[in-house]
Write a protein that binds this ligand. Structure first.
Ligand SMILES: [Zn+2]
Length: 343
C-alpha cells in the first residue's frame, strides 16, 4: 500500500496569463520534491477512452470542447473567466484520465492524488465554465461505479467555490452524496444551505455556505458537526476529495481564512472517516488554489498525511478569524437537512 500521484505533462499546453496556469502544478511537485522524507510514487496519467468522459458528458459537449480548442488560437477567451487554447481539449482529457487512474489505484488498495488541471468541479454535463471543461471528479465517481461496481460514493469538495457542476450532475442521484463547503457569497453563487438535492437524490446533497472570512475554527466546527455525521449516515463505499485549496487566507480570489493546518485538519477528518467507513478508500483530485505558496504547502501536507508522515510546521501561519462565524449556518443545517435530522 502506497501513495500514488497521477500527473500529466499535457496540462502545460493549457496555460495562459490567468490565475489558473501551469505553474500551479509545478509549484506542488517542487514542494514535494524538496522534501526528502516525502516520497510518494509517481505515475503518468494513462488516457481513458472518450467513452469514459461520456459517463458524465454528452458527445455534443466533448465535440464542442475539441472544436473550440481547435478554433481557440485566435479567440482564447471563452467567457469572462475561462480561456481555451489549442491544447485545452487534450489537457482536459488528460486531467479526467488521471482522476480515473486515481480511482484504479484506490481500488487496488493505495491512496492516490490526481494532481491535475484544468480543474473540473464547475463544469456541468453540458457546459464549460469557471476554468473547467470536463468534471474530473464526477467522471471519476461514475468510473468507480461502472468499471469497478462501486455503488455508494461520497464527494467532499473543500474548494472555496461551490462545485455547481458536480452538484448539478448528482443532484437527483441517491447513490452519490455531494458535500461542499464554500465561501458565501462567492462565485458561482449556487450552493444555498437549503439545496438538498432533487427527486430520488433529495438529501444526498449537503451544501455549507461558509460566511466570508470564516477560518480554521469555523470550518472545523462545520466539518465535525455536519460533514462527518453526514458521511456516517450515508455510509459511502469510497470518498473522493475535490481538493481545492483556495479557501486559504493567502488566496487572491477566495474569501475565507483557512490556514494550511486548518486545511490539513479537514483533510485528516476525511481521512479518518474513510478509514472508519470505507476501508481507507479515498482519493484526492485537485481543483482550485491560486496562491502558489498556499496551494503547494497544502498539497504537500496532504501527501504527507496520505503517507502517514507527521505534519510539518506551517510556514505561512494563521490569520485571525472568528471561530463562531458559521455557527448559525451550522445550526440551521443540522436542524433542517434530511440526512442529519434525527429519524
Ligand atoms: Zn475554487
Amino acid at each position: 500500500m502506497s501513495t500514488i500521484l497521477f500527473t500529466s505533462t499535457q496540462h502545460a499546453a493549457h496555460s495562459h496569463r490567468h490565475p489558473e496556469h501551469a505553474g500551479r502544478i509545478d509549484a506542488i511537485l517542487a514542494a514535494i520534491a524538496h522534501d526528502p522524507t516525502c516520497v510518494p510514487m509517481y505515475a503518468a496519467s494513462a488516457a481513458v477512452p472518450t467513452d469514459t468522459l461520456m459517463f458524465v458528458h454528452p458527445p455534443s459537449h466533448i465535440a464542442w470542447v475539441e472544436s473550440q480548442s481547435a478554433y481557440a488560437e485566435s479567440h482564447p477567451q471563452l467567457d469572462g473567466d475561462t480561456y481555451i487554447l489549442p491544447g485545452t481539449g487534450h489537457a482536459a482529457h488528460a486531467a479526467a484520465s488521471a482522476a480515473c487512474n486515481a480511482v484504479d489505484a484506490m481500488i487496488a488498495g493505495h491512496t492516490s492524488f490526481a494532481v491535475v488541471r484544468p480543474p473540473g468541479h464547475h463544469a456541468t454535463a453540458h457546459a464549460a465554465m469557471g476554468f473547467c471543461f470536463y468534471n474530473n471528479v464526477a467522471i471519476a465517481a461514475r468510473y468507480a461505479q461502472r468499471v469497478h461496481g462501486i455503488r455508494r460514493i461520497a464527494i467532499v469538495d473543500i474548494d472555496v467555490h461551490h462545485g455547481n457542476g458536480t452538484d448539478d450532475i448528482f443532484a437527483a442521484d441517491a447513490d452519490v452524496l455531494y458535500v461542499s463547503s464554500h465561501g458565501w457569497p462567492l462565485y458561482p453563487g449556487s450552493g444555498a444551505r437549503d439545496s438538498f438535492g432533487t427527486g430520488a437524490g433529495y438529501g444526498a446533497t449537503l451544501n455549507i455556505p461558509m460566511p466570508a472570512q470564516s477560518g480554521d475554527g469555523a470550518f472545523f466546527h462545520a466539518y465535525k458537526n455536519l460533514v462527518i455525521p453526514a458521511l456516517e449516515r450515508f455510509r459511502p463505499e469510497l470518498i473522493l476529495l475535490s481538493a481545492g485549496f483556495d479557501a486559504h487566507w493567502d488566496d487572491p480570489i477566495g474569501n475565507c481564512r483557512l490556514s494550511v493546518n486548518g486545511y490539513l485538519d479537514l483533510c485528516a477528518l476525511i481521512q479518518q472517516a474513510a478509514t472508519q467507513l470505507c476501508d481507507g478508500r479515498w482519493a484526492a483530485i485537485l481543483e482550485g488554489g491560486y496562491s502558489l505558496r498556499a496551494l503547494s504547502t497544502c498539497a504537500h501536507g496532504l501527501v504527507r498525511s496520505m503517507l502517514n508522515l507527521p505534519r510539518l510546521p506551517d510556514p505561512l501561519g494563521t490569520t485571525p478569524s472568528d471561530p463562531h462565524r458559521a455557527d448559525a449556518t451550522v445550526d440551521w443545517i443540522k436542524t433542517h437537512h434530511p440526512l442529519l435530522i434525527p429519524a
